[in-house]
Design a protein around this ligand. Structure first.
Ligand code: SF4
Length: 426
């Protein structure tokens, strides 16, 4: 943000490829927001890259959104009937247009943000620049993470607390579900919206998405993952020689598993650090090639051994199948797979790219059949109850929708949560 309004820089690829250092250095101003997009709604192209910027009578507005709006199609249709036009299929464009329109009526950004929040159903953690002010909001269930902290330059909001460590700053607190905060030079001002509806934190953030050194809603992700591994060892023990983590996201789970079961832990798969995470590649072909480029088995660890491969989760199963085969080809005597998430059986409508039931390894298959598909000697998942215990929050405070098909808020054609007791899910 500078005298001439908001300037936006966008690019495709990893952040260090997309944004050139000289362009970043040329940005002037005291405030700003940034976004790294993980595409769920809207195609993966530059038109959908964020922040989205719009010019209004009130001044420039910019928005960066993590999450997904369930009623986006309904809102877009209603607005089109009123004569509104849209340039993209993104839910974020609907939000910024609603906001721009409301601010021209109220002239009060905080009031307009609240008004727009009351129209949205779904998950959203957002940062907003309105003229020369910066706001951050979290959806009424707190599905996606959001926290605030202080740095040498002032206050900031981020999805994960690790950002403040990286900037040499300090994590202050999580933004509460339904809370609106304004980042001012001398304080983080909390503005009550009255929209909080309870809690439904996404369990998958602790299982896979967040960095292990982040603290989400009072729980260090690394600690949760180790506890998941320990519980997994109690629920799914196996006789074996070596525990091998699937790097990087299965590492903390594996440590917990090895500690509890008393079998040595060894890095039997070396990761090429220049290849990005395969799950977040939008295209399946990229994902398959990605595994072979990404991992190299260490024969000295694997050959003639009974191996337990521990990973955070299995979504489609294609990546794990390739890893099992890599390990077999490196001479493993047996390959057992243990997983730090219960089987994923239902779509996510709240910001994680798992959209249709037919893509899941667990759809229509027993655990034995999934093991066969993976070419593993055995397969074991943590239970839903085990996962909830390891996270350490009440089940009512979590979203478990992709595990049990019951969602925290209404989704057309799906059940709303708490219809069955947790232990009734196998
Ligand atoms: S459905 Fe699954 S991935 Fe989506 S928000 Fe809920 S727990 Fe997270």
């Amino acid at each position: 943000m500078h005298n001439n309004g908001i300037k936006a820089l966008k690019g495709m690829g990893l952040a260090h490829q997309a944004l050139r250092q000289d362009e970043l250095r040329n940005l002037k101003g005291d405030i700003g927001i940034g976004h790294v997009r993980y595409s769920t709604m809207g195609a993966s192209n530059l038109d959908h890259a964020q922040p989205v910027v719009m010019s209004t009578n009130y001044g420039d507005i910019a928005l960066a959104h993590n999450g997904e709006i369930v009623n986006a199609d309904h809102l877009r249709d209603e607005l089109k009937k009123k004569g509104w036009a849209f340039a993209t299929s993104s839910d974020s464009e609907i939000i910024i247009r609603l906001l721009a329109n409301d601010i021209s009526n109220t002239g009060d950004p905080a009031r307009s943000i609240r008004n727009v929040m009351s129209l949205l159903n779904g998950s959203y953690s957002m940062t907003l620049m309105v003229d020369n002010r910066v706001f951050a909001i979290r959806d009424p269930y707190g599905m996606r993470p959001l926290c605030v902290g202080r740095t040498k330059e002032g206050y900031a909001a981020a999805s994960e607390s690790v950002v403040f460590d990286t900037l040499g700053g300090e994590f202050m607190r999580d933004v509460e579900p339904g809370e609106l905060v304004e980042l001012l030079p001398g304080e983080v001002k909390s503005i009550k919206t009255g929209l909080a509806k309870g809690r439904a934190h996404c369990m998958f953030e602790w299982v896979y998405i967040a960095r292990a050194d982040s603290c989400l809603d009072g729980r260090l992700v690394y600690d949760v993952r180790r506890k998941i591994g320990q519980r997994l060892a109690i629920e799914q023990p196996v006789e074996a020689d070596v525990i091998v983590p699937v790097p990087d996201s299965g590492r903390s789970h594996s440590m917990g598993y090895a500690e509890k079961i008393g079998i040595p832990y060894s890095e039997g798969l070396m990761k090429n650090r220049y290849v990005e995470r395969t799950f977040i590649m939008p295209d399946q072909t990229d994902r398959s090639t990605g595994v072979m480029l990404k991992l190299n088995p260490l024969k000295s660890v694997i050959k003639d051994k009974r191996i337990v491969l521990v990973d955070d989760s299995i979504v489609r199963g294609t990546t794990m199948r390739q890893i099992v085969q890599l390990v077999r080809n490196a001479g493993a005597k047996e390959v057992h797979v243990r997983v730090g998430s219960p089987p994923i059986r239902a779509p996510c409508y709240f910001g994680i790219d798992m959209k249709t039931r037919d893509q899941f390894a667990a759809t229509g298959r027993t655990v034995e059949e999934i093991a066969k598909m993976l070419t593993a000697d055995s397969l074991g998942y943590i239970s839903i109850e085990g996962l909830v215990d390891a996270i350490g929050l009440n089940a009512n405070d979590l979203c478990l929708g992709c595990l049990n098909g019951e969602y925290p808020l209404p989704v057309e054609g799906e059940k709303v949560r708490f219809q069955k007791k947790l232990d009734s899910f196998a």
